[in-house]
Design a protein around this ligand. Structure first.
Ligand SMILES: [Zn+2]
Ligand SMILES: [Zn+2]
Length: 366
């Protein structure tokens, strides 16, 4: 955007504003002005995440209930998976991030406080306030023509040769890779990935990169299972026609899988994973659940002595995610199914909600 570099930025821009659950409006708002150490970025693409949709629909994790306070705030521009071009920044920001005006950059979705217990111990992704772009007033998101990367942000350069929607996929991919890292996969492992949406496909690519004996992908949609193969799955299971527990036991002399990566957030996928793992297996949970899960915990203790691990965000996995995208390790043309202009954001949210017609829906601000 050469105009911007010449200092003739527009005064206002289009932005989606969240006023509360199911109340998102397209509005004309001032273009933000970067403060000391910050960058102004022209947004090239922003992906719509399942979590954006849960926030839109008013889930308790975002808006609170009798057991927890609200985490999301209103009057915030949504969007946490994005890529953009730097249009303005000072020397301090340029030096800290090693970026210049004109560079294409992503920012990790969490903007750490760098002062809490977790940040001080290097566990920045668990930062107390959890200021993630698009949910908090400190960190307005990317469903707008421009956005600010705050001074505390973690910023990475991305090649301009990538399609913008593909580059923005570095966010979900880094999350998937973190789940894979939690699993500590060994060369002879049989790894099962539940769900072949954006996160599941990323897990498959990441797991396959560890070169285990098998990467088995589970889903209900044949089109997604086809993509799972392109991402490196050695075997796919359509769970509407085959029982994954039987398939896995058949492939492992009756023992079960070594690793189960769960990214669907469906309660049934939890018991399925506990049942298809072998004794001493590893269960990694990345899903966010809309309902409580009830299982017999003795499977974890007495029966199998499992390692059950959680995973959140994509710490330390962004450089690898960006390398994988730049190296063309994923069928991104088929993963990024829909690119819509910003003023069709409602259609984008509806597409994600519908669930079967899309994999990754992206908005492209003007
Ligand atoms: Zn996300
Ligand atoms: Zn912190």
């Amino acid at each position: 955007m050469p105009d911007a570099r010449r200092g003739t930025l527009p005064e206002t821009m289009q932005a989606v504003i969240c006023h509360g659950p199911e109340n998102y409006q397209l509005e004309e708002v001032p273009v933000p002005k970067p403060g000391p150490g910050q960058a102004l970025v022209r947004v090239e693409a922003v992906g719509i995440c399942a979590s954006d949709l849960k926030c839109y629909h008013g889930a308790a994790k975002f808006w609170g209930d009798e057991n927890r306070p609200a985490w999301s705030e209103t009057e915030v521009i949504p969007g946490h998976e994005f890529v953009g071009e730097v249009v303005q920044l000072d020397d301090r920001a340029s030096t800290r991030w090693d970026v210049s005006v004109g560079d294409r950059v992503v920012s990790e979705q969490i903007v750490p406080c760098w002062t809490c217990r977790y940040c001080l111990r290097g566990q920045y992704w668990m930062c107390g306030p959890q200021d993630i772009y698009g949910f908090k007033r400190r960190t307005p998101g990317a469903m707008a023509s421009y956005m600010i990367y705050p001074a505390e942000a973690l910023v990475h350069k991305v090649s301009k040769s990538l399609d913008a929607a593909h580059a923005a996929f570095s966010e979900p991919l880094s999350c998937a890779l973190h789940a894979v890292e939690r699993a500590n996969i060994h060369f002879d492992d049989v790894v099962v990935v539940a769900g072949c949406g954006p996160i599941g496909l990323g897990m498959i690519v990441g797991a396959a990169a560890k070169f285990p004996a098998q990467v088995i992908a589970l889903d209900m949609a044949p089109a997604r299972l086809e993509l799972a193969k392109l991402c490196g799955a050695t075997r796919t299971v359509d769970v509407t026609g085959e029982n994954p527990v039987d398939v896995v036991k058949d492939l492992t002399d009756g023992y079960g899988a070594d690793v189960y990566l769960e990214g669907t957030g469906h309660p049934a996928a939890v018991l399925q994973g506990l049942n298809l793992l072998r004794k001493l297996g590893t269960y990694v949970e990345y899903g966010v659940f809309g309902a409580d899960v009830t299982v017999d915990w003795s499977i974890i203790s007495d029966d199998k002595e499992l390692d059950v691990l959680g995973a959140h965000l994509g710490p330390h996995c962004w450089p690898a995610a960006i390398r994988m995208l730049e190296a063309g390790k994923l069928p991104m043309d088929r993963i990024c199914t829909h690119q819509l202009p910003l003023d069709r954001f409602q259609e984008g949210l509806d597409l994600v909600a519908e669930g079967t017609k899309s994999i990754k829906v992206s908005l492209i601000p003007a």
